[in-house]
Design a protein around this ligand. Structure first.
Ligand code: CTP
Length: 403
């Protein structure tokens, strides 16, 4: 999964020969999981057709303020386009378009959209080498960067004029990596390592049977995904679940029993900055797991259970710099019990789930949580998707790290 996955990207194309490469650029954004819309200057249509771009982006392509073919002459709302985008990339950005952007001229839809956009703006210049070096162009670069726009520098090579020098638009795959790296470097968890436990554990009774619980693992997997999307390097220790996650920043360590989860957590804990324990670890396991399948000879069967090791508590007692987050699933006296666990396990934050709340807990796709920090500040959230709850939890962690 790329950091561009789920992002709304608005691609603005101005009239340079490099416009032919935007077909590849749109494909690369789509492959990264982004939602892409294209705005073209009228003259850029001489270099690549709107049909090619609308087919690849799966969205209509706009190049004028109105749609003349439409009987009602509908208006293309540049403000809406600008506000829709999570990021705007102007590629190729010609000397003419860059100069107009620098001076607030908006005599086409792309320029009006640029002026309306509130999102990060990237521009990838493309022009002949002497134009690229001209003081007027350099002044445009300077002005746009002073507005906070981000330049993806042109490269050197053969130009359309036949001359060789600086001015070639960066290659589409390099534009994608540039943007991904830029987003990563600004992500709040960039450079942080996060350990997450998720799912149930299975405690063997014999080779074919186990004691388990109904945890789906969804909450932990959503936290792992959200942490990775915020730039963290994630180690996800997961008990047996059907959850899937493929993200270049996430390493999944599959385990089965509480003992295996304990060992894996202790292996990685020393190296991490943040640890979030969302797993529903079995509190007891059979004292002896039979080596052969237990036959149904007897009328009753008793299993002797013994306590598993409390992974979270054991790490709470050895933690140094780590920010440690635990979960508490309670049915009564919720706040007091959660506060007790926060202290007993030496946590920085505890996420309380009350089974009294409808839609909270193990199997559902939603959750309702209350966060309690070390100062006993209590923050209660509404019922939300587990995806949204994961973001709330990580934002709370980030706020506390910066407090
Ligand atoms: N936990 C753990 N190892 C265990 C049991 C629990 O790491 N053997 C972690 C869970 O991942 C969770 C937190 O401890 O983050 C709280 O688990 P919970 O079962 O609610 O609390 P317990 O401390 O086990 O207490 P009780 O079951 O008595 O409420």
């Amino acid at each position: 999964m790329s950091l561009l996955s789920g992002k709304k990207i608005l691609l603005g194309i101005s009239a340079g020969i490099a416009a032919y490469k935007t077909a590849t650029l749109v494909r690369a954004f789509i492959k990264a999981g982004a939602d892409v819309k294209v705005v073209m200057t009228p003259a850029s249509k001489d270099f690549i057709t709107p049909l090619t771009l609308s087919t690849l982006s799966k969205n209509p392509v706009h190049s004028s303020f109105t749609n003349p073919d439409d009987d009602n002459e509908t208006w293309n709302n540049h403000v809406e386009l600008g506000l829709w985008a999570d990021l705007l990339i102007i590629a190729p950005a010609t000397a003419n378009t860059l100069s107009k952007m620098a001076h607030g001229i908006c005599d086409n839809l792309l320029l009006a959209t640029y002026l309306s956009a509130k999102c990060p703006v990237y521009f990838a210049p493309a022009m002949d080498l002497d134009m690229y070096k001209h003081p007027s162009t350099l002044e445009s670069f300077r002005a746009l960067q002073s507005f906070g726009n981000i330049m993806i520098p042109a490269t050197s090579g053969e130009l359309a004029s036949g001359l060789v020098g600086e001015g070639r638009m960066a290659e589409p795959e390099d534009i994608v990596s540039f943007i991904e790296n830029d987003i990563l470097s600004k992500s709040p968890l960039h450079g942080k390592k996060v350990l997450i436990t998720a799912g149930p554990t299975h405690e063997a009774i014999d080779p074919v049977r186990f004691i388990g619980n109904h945890s789906s693992g969804k909450m932990g997997f959503e936290i792992a995904k959200a942490a990775a999307n915020l730039g963290a390097e994630v180690i996800l220790i997961s008990g047996p679940t059907h959850q899937k996650l493929s993200h270049s920043f996430v390493t999944i360590i599959p385990v089965t029993s509480a003992e295996e989860m304990y060992n894996a957590a202790h292996t990685y804990f020393k190296t991490v900055d943040i640890a979030v324990f969302a797993a529903a670890v079995a509190d007891y396991k059979p004292k002896i797991a039979a080596t052969e399948k237990i036959k149904k000879k007897e009328k009753t069967l008793s299993l002797e259970l013994e306590k598993t090791k409390d992974i979270l508590a054991s790490l709470g007692h050895i933690k140094e710099k780590q920010f440690l987050v635990g979960f508490a699933l309670e049915t009564n006296n919720e706040i007091e019990n959660a506060k007790g666990k926060l202290k007993a396990k030496n946590l920085n934050l505890i996420v309380l789930n009350s089974l009294k709340d409808k839609g909270a807990g193990f199997k559902s796709d939603t959750n309702k949580v209350t966060l309690i920090d070390r100062n006993e500040t209590i923050t209660t959230f509404d019922l939300k998707s587990k995806e949204a709850v994961a973001v709330d939890i990580l934002n709370a962690i980030i706020n506390q790290l910066h407090a």
